[in-house]
Design a protein around this ligand. Structure first.
Ligand code: DX5
Ligand code: ZN
Length: 217
């Protein structure tokens, strides 16, 4: 099965977001990745549910929401009402992990759990019984355009093996510093959902760049 590409709109030109989204749809993107940052969990403030709501009105694409916020539990309803199809939050946040996963599922959408580069895989294991996706951060969350951290590949390999042994179907997403060459390493390690922002928005031809990422084996 080919990889899925989730385009981080953090690097998009927000003055023409509707046009950008239509372009991404035509270029074959599978999902739109929304990096929500509260300025406390990470050292940056990005955007919230109103932007997701506006974007959702322009497309039928899958809305992939990545919450980098201190209290994700509190905002689940808001993001679901704004159109989220999958919500991923951080295990390092202050919300109860189990309650937040259950809340996301109770709203009828998919739940993902993410770990920062210095958090070990073991932390995720107790939640693999219900998760739909795990997001391995390959940069310290907060900013687009950073360099890929190679150590994240070993975590993907370990996670892939644990998921295989569990017998469940769980997507493995990677986020941060993804371009054609780091995507290749990530897919070889076991990733099937690639988040990419600055690389895609800096490419000359979005369709070619997305097609290449989708077809990496
Ligand atoms: C970082 C974000 C990423 C980032 C990806 O905190 O979660 O989604 O914007 O951007 P690139 O592909 O530029 O690293
Ligand atoms: Zn992200």
């Amino acid at each position: 099965m080919r990889n899925k590409v989730s385009v981080s709109i953090l690097s998009a030109d927000m003055t023409r977001l509707a046009e950008v989204i239509r372009g991404l749809e035509n270029a074959g993107a599978d999902m739109l990745h929304f990096d929500v940052m509260d300025g406390v969990f990470v050292d940056n403030i990005s955007f919230g549910a109103p932007l997701l709501d506006a974007a959702n009105k322009c497309t039928d694409m899958i809305m992939d929401v990545h919450l980098m916020i201190v209290n994700p539990y509190k905002y689940i309803e808001q993001f679901v009402n704004a159109g989220a199809d999958i919500i991923t939050f951080h295990i390092e946040s202050e919300s109860s992990t189990r309650e937040t996963i259950d809340k996301i599922h109770s709203m009828g959408i998919k739940a993902g759990l993410s770990i920062r580069p210095n958090t070990p895989i073991d932390m995720l294991v107790p939640y693999l019984d219900t998760l739909d996706m795990v997001l391995i951060m390959s940069v310290e969350p907060g900013f687009g355009g950073q360099e890929f951290i190679e150590d994240s590949l070993q975590k993907v390999r370990e996670l892939k093996q644990i998921i295989k042994n569990s017998g469940r179907q769980i997507d493995i997403q990677i986020d941060g510093g993804i371009n054609a060459s780091t995507a290749k390493l990530a897919v070889e390690a076991g990733v099937n959902v690639l988040v990419s922002g600055s690389y895609l928005f800096n490419s000359d031809n979005m369709w070619n760049a997305i097609t290449e990422l989708k077809n990496i084996k």
